[in-house]
Write a protein of this length. Sequence first.
Length: 147
Amino acid sequence: MKARARDQLDKFCDSDPATDKFDFPGTQSATTIAEFENAFLAPVYGFEDNIDYYRQCSCYYFLPGVAVPLYIVNAGDDPFFDESFFPIEESVDGGSCAPIKMQRTDHGGHLGYMFHRPSDSEERKSASWMPTELSRFIRHVHNYDTK
């Protein structure tokens, strides 16, 4: 992300680290995603800060209106999610249009290691975590529909 900020500085700000478009020094000293978002994402896209960005862009507020069963997997080691946000579970009786289940796993990283490439040292070549879990969920929904 820091390299991306440097690239943007070069392309759109004449390589001037004192640009008023975003806080370039802040992007380079950021040690958390929130710090980086406050220095780069918020000013570039017109948000007050990273919280304002999440408030305006999060899909969370639209979940009750989703009309198909929804299974959300959140990995505890995904740096883009707040650890204090607890998994949710909603039912049609609870006001959602369709059932919603959110599960938190200890591992899975961002995007569930969708593009995991096993190393040569791994004994068994296995499928990536996210596609495996998604296929299990689809199988579950299919079996539920056929009962």
